[in-house]
Design a protein around this ligand. Structure first.
Ligand SMILES: NC(=O)c1ccc[n+]([C@@H]2O[C@H](COP(=O)([O-])OP(=O)(O)OC[C@H]3O[C@@H](n4cnc5c(N)ncnc54)[C@H](O)[C@@H]3O)[C@@H](O)[C@H]2O)c1
Length: 383
């Protein structure tokens, strides 16, 4: 069955979702921006049939089956809640909500509507070599997992003149670098290893306590030079260092930064097991490093013919034809829509609202650990 989707949000994620949905044959039938002018501009640019004036128009449009929530974080909760109440499937960009009270409410709401699919877009899961790493760990190729370390670093907020809505806690949340990008790493390594993080110890730093905010809207990754600015006090972190304990005994560490010059969007992980290690870098996503103790190390190039059978469907192009960021959305949406159209008897590969909620619980523990200068256990509220 062919679903029809509507996009809410016309910024960076608006066009990324639009393009990826079309690549898998989902009709993007409508769009809503923060004003009707923006809805119309995106509809014209991308040839989308309906440009809505407001959210009610979208939710009462019977043609729409799935709502993609692609707005700044502060509006995710109310947009997701209204979409489910209106009987629409939802795919929400991360993070699911601003706090765990909101995300818990969404988990309960989704549970009361089991006919609807409610997901959170942790697209990093869907890089083919991340699926390959997961499959190798599931088949015990690495042996017992000892530790996981890595980083997620960027430079687009390096200067005090760089500005985005994420810098303001009321729009992005009280955690910024960790909740914006660190959350991808946290979700990814738990997805790959199959081990939940059960305790954290965090140290966070704000290097620019004051930034210059441009007067007017700034889109994600846009050039920061603006004619008129005003000073803005910043209380969210620019970088942080985290330590973890995983269920099952493994330990881990993560460095997150939005102020590392030269690193544009670089997620790295290294997983050390009793037989082998694996390492991957999102800026070179078609290579998986396999570390050995008693033989030469290997570099696996993404090639469907060389992947384990279960990982093969996660890649579309032959070896040497590189896949990247945009393809991860395509594969993520395949997983979401295939699950939607299945008998739903096997667990979905995409993150559910329960996964999104757990990420928020984890982020709250990270902030508590930083503020209290101590290890904090992650509460397991059974969701
Ligand atoms: N999965 C990923 O790789 C990834 C990457 C970037 C952003 N994100 C997430 O996607 C979301 C959007 O981020 P972005 O980078 O696209 O931001 P952006 O600022 O580029 O775009 C947000 C858009 O939403 C619009 N908007 C605001 N409120 C709205 C409302 N109530 N209704 C309709 N439109 C509204 C704004 O006008 C803007 O055009 C965030 O939650 C972010 O965390 C995910």
């Amino acid at each position: 069955m062919q679903q029809r989707a509507a996009l809410v949000g016309t910024g960076f994620m608006g066009w990324v979702h639009c393009e990826a949905l079309r690549r898998i044959g989902v009709v993007v039938a409508g769009v809503l921006g923060s004003s009707q002018q923006k809805s119309v501009a995106m509809a014209e640019q991308y040839g989308i049939q309906n440009a809505y004036a407001n959210y009610d128009e979208l939710l009462t449009d019977d043609q729409i089956d799935v709502v993609h929530v692609l707005t700044p974080n502060a509006s995710h909760f109310s947009l997701c809640r209204a979409a489910i109440d209106a009987g629409k499937h939802v795919l929400c960009e991360k993070p699911l909500a601003m706090n765990s009270d909101q995300s818990a409410e969404l988990v309960e709401l989704a549970a009361r509507h089991p006919q609807l699919v409610a997901g959170v877009n942790y697209n990093m899961r869907f890089y083919p070599l991340c699926i390959e790493a997961r499959m190798r760990i599931q088949s015990e190729d690495l042996g017992r997992i000892f530790h996981v370390h890595g980083s997620y670093v960027q430079d687009w907020l390096l200067k005090s003149t760089d500005y985005n809505w994420r810098l303001q806690a009321e729009q992005g949340g009280s955690l910024r670098a960790v909740a914006d990008i660190g959350t991808h790493w946290l979700d990814l390594v738990q997805f790959i290893t199959g081990h939940k993080i059960v305790a954290v110890c965090a140290d966070l730093t704000t290097v620019h306590p004051t930034r210059e905010r441009p007067l007017g809207e700034v889109q994600t990754f846009a050039d920061s030079t603006a004619a008129q600015t005003e000073p803005l006090a910043i209380d969210t972190e620019d970088h942080g260092h985290l330590m973890f304990q995983f269920a099952g005994g493994a330990t881990g560490s993560l460095t997150v930064s939005q102020v590392t010059a030269g690193r544009k969007n670089c997620l790295r992980f290294e997983i050390a097991g009793s037989r082998k290690a694996l390492a991957w870098n999102s800026e070179l996503p078609n290579q998986l490093w396999i570390g050995h103790r008693d033989q030469a190390n290997e570099q696996l190039l993404r090639d469907p013919a060389l992947l384990t059978q279960t990982a093969r469907p996660s890649t579309s192009y032959p070896g040497g034809h590189n896949e990247g960021y945009g393809d991860s959305f395509k594969h993520a949406f395949h997983a979401f829509y295939d699950f939607l159209n299945s008998d739903r008897q096997t667990a979905p590969q995409q993150a559910t609202f329960a996964d999104g909620h757990r990420e928020i619980v984890l982020c709250e523990a990270i902030l508590a650990s930083h503020r209290q200068r101590r290890w904090v256990a992650i509460p397991d509220d059974g969701r």
